[in-house]
Design a protein around this ligand. Sequence first.
Ligand SMILES: Cc1cc2nc3c(=O)[nH]c(=O)nc-3n(C[C@H](O)[C@H](O)[C@H](O)COP(=O)(O)OP(=O)(O)OC[C@H]3O[C@@H](n4cnc5c(N)ncnc54)[C@H](O)[C@@H]3O)c2cc1C
Ligand code: SF4
Length: 513
Amino acid sequence: MTALRLILGDQLSGKMTSLSDLDKDNDVVLMAEVREEATYVKHHKKKIAFIFSAMRHFAERLRQKGIEVVYIKYDDDDNQGSLFEEVKRLASQRKVDRVIVTKPGEYRLLADMQKWQENLNVEVVLREDERFIASTKDFAEWAKGKKQLRMEFFYREMRKRTGILMEGSQPVGGKWNYDSENRKPLPKGGVDVPAPTRLECDDITKQVIELVDTCFSDHFGSLEQFHYAVDRDGALEVLKAFLEQRLANFGTYQDAMKQDEAWLFHSHIGLYLNTGLLLPDEVVKAAEQCYESGKAPLNAVEGFIRQILGWREYVRGLYWLKMPEYKRLNHLQATRRLPEFFWSADTDMNCLKQCISETRANAYAHHIQRLMVLGNFSLIAGLLPDDVNEWYLIVYADAYEWVELPNVSGMVLYADGGMLASKPYAASGAYINKMSDYCKSCQYSVTTKTGDKACPFNYLYWDFLIRNRDTLSNNHRMGMIYNTLDKMTNDKVEAITSSARSFFDKLDSNEKV
Ligand SMILES: Cc1cc2nc3c(=O)[nH]c(=O)nc-3n(C[C@H](O)[C@H](O)[C@H](O)COP(=O)(O)OP(=O)(O)OC[C@H]3O[C@@H](n4cnc5c(N)ncnc54)[C@H](O)[C@@H]3O)c2cc1C
Ligand code: SF4
């Protein structure tokens, strides 16, 4: 009996179910860099370089354990271009009896794989992905019969189930959530931000960077200063540095933004978690350990653990529960196409310019940049969900549809009509000004509400509420905001809508805004 065990680019863990019960004497592992996966959207160059290099390192690791690996490189002359064709070729060359693969993280690929058996004439076994703390079945059971699927309640269940930060049946410290102590701007006098962990490129990574530079020259993003980890040891080093140097301040400055400081106190491990170089339970336990040993305070540790044990598990559960319909949702019927400056960063709005430039350089932006600058603009400018989703899927090294889509369609665009968020995360320039120093270097005035010089976030925020009144005003969490709007004079409302109209006219005719 020979089994072909397929490992995908985001399945780089010895814990994959596709590798369990592997028979070294008979089985063969297949890994392939294929055009179909690298280009179904035009991923950021750094993202492709990271995944190909991490795949090549993982293949080496398997070989060192005596496992036979057939590895197809992107520029191999006979590369078949798709996973199915590579599986088909190897299955017939080696007369395999079974193809074993752990279910992929994206619906489109799972739907494709479900047809493979019929087309290959070989049994295709699709195994569950057990890297997550909750299975898709666990999530579906939790969601059953609930009118609202709020992350906070799912998270509490996960705390109880895992015993993380628990004292018996009660949360450590008496509260589930310490956000009232978190989310502060950086102090006026400044704060020392530890440099992010920067790892040297080895020969494998250098070769991959050259390949990406040649084969993906028309993709977004820069390849310069590639310093990601590309194997498990490197990813563990990044995690260790975070726990020792930044975790203690993670909660307090979680939402802060600063000009030319892309990394701040975040962990920068999303890309490693999502490819299997790190596992969520080990990260959560390591953070809990930092609290128990007094290395980091509870507000920081709880805030960090919530992102992984709560949000990350929750969005994955929601994705598999609601796909494929979720991808088609557009509750606010937004239609404006993605502005060109999302690629070029050529805008006078300094907050957007900063976040897009950093994204282009690093394939990274932290959560609040994604949510409250880029996402907030996408929401209040009424951008088309398909365009926004594609952009986020392309530009971040940690982006895979299972995690990107609920964050964009649910958290940012309210396109799911409130399945994920109880109200849209819309905000005016005042929020960005409070949480960053971006406005100081901006050509627009954050304190001016309407007119050419006014911060566009200010009038777009109210214009968004006006445009979507029919859909949003029934939401009880929006009541106060609509009351404020209703108290505005007609002149003020007219000034808002006419400022928004001229902004959109410029945007739609590709003039610089
Ligand atoms: C519009 C938008 C799009 C996003 N797209 C992605 C994406 O494609 N891939 C992705 O992994 N995360 C995504 N996120 C969530 C979050 O922004 C990133 O996980 C985080 O910025 C990664 O940086 P970090 O590792 O430094 O995270 P930290 O801030 O240090 O957080 C630690 C970890 O918590 C997890 N996490 C935090 N927030 C979320 C969340 N909302 N959903 C899921 N996991 C979370 C991540 O694994 C992250 O690595 C998105 C958020 C928004 C608002
Ligand atoms: S003034 Fe407005 S556009 Fe400029 S940086 Fe501040 S929030 Fe952004």
